[in-house]
Design a binder for this molecule. Sequence first.
Ligand SMILES: Cc1ncc(COP(=O)(O)O)c(C=O)c1O
Length: 352
Amino acid sequence: MFTYFFSQRRNEKALFDVHSVINCTVLEFALENGIHVNVDNYQELERITAIINDQGQTKSSVGIRLKPVLGVGAVKALSTCTADSKFGVQLTDSSKEEIIGWYLDRPWLTAVHIHIGSQSYDCSDLTCGVKCVVDFALEVNGRLGKKQIHTIDIGGGLPANLEDDTTRPSFQDYAETLKKEVPELFPSYGAFKKVITEFGQAFNAKAGWLVSRVEYTKKASDNLKIVLIHFGADMMMRTCYCPNVQKYQRRVEVFSEEGQLKEGERMRYNIAGPLCFSGDVVKRDVLLPTVEEGDYLILHDCGANSLSLFSRHCSRQAPAVLGRHGLDDLKTSRVSLIHLYYFTWKKNELVL
Ligand SMILES: Cc1ncc(COP(=O)(O)O)c(C=O)c1O
């Protein structure tokens, strides 16, 4: 239950389906408290139907997570609109009528949801997914002769550029593509009341970086050195466990003990973490200026999918987090599981 994220900003409650296996207790809680729910499969829909029949009504908006089969993007593990993806209900020419029937039978099914994947698609791919569910919603509403589906949840998925400091594609780029291809989504069209978004990576990746003091350096061969630092697969799970996926790689920079960016002749390094297995390497064959004991090593664009994926392998403790609001206000805290509970359950923001 505590793995759910609730947002009560402006008195709005939303259930971000951070995982897709939701039990009856959580469903009852959400439906009693008017929290938006996205349904993953038909069995879950039957449970929700029974709960709402028992409760008499619900203040929640409820939508089906639809999965048009659009193909694999850049990272298969992060693509959710393949035929074999575990997420959502497949929307095809042959399944469409049955799903429309679910809506016709349930007046409280007032939303649709899509999230085609993360880090895998550009604005036009994402827009293509959104168009599928908007067309579906318009068809349901057309058949019913009323605007039963009033909420479109377009998920997240906007990628973050990890190659340099520029933000591309921007939210504006995505909005413009949507406006051109799916104008029905926008308020001026009057088809729907509400659009929900679930951006993760695009919002957060560039807001954080990881830093470690270089503890040791050692020679692997004449043209390769190994740098040992204090984070590895504990913080950068995907990077270390899937070293061949380019989208999981991050930029590295090295600073001297005094905080100066190091420059000069470069040589090849592997940057390795503190865990007890050989794959604990956050960057391989990277060309860097001379790295020395006591330097600081920075991994950029780690504001998303780093601390949130933290692994306790080797009894590692989650690292201290430094946060900055404005120019002067630097706060620090060691993030424990208790803090994460507090963050997700009690407050809108991480109070350090
Ligand atoms: C349902 C859903 N929405 C949103 C997101 C966030 O995706 P992204 O970080 O690519 O924006 C995810 C990521 O796993 C997800 O599963």
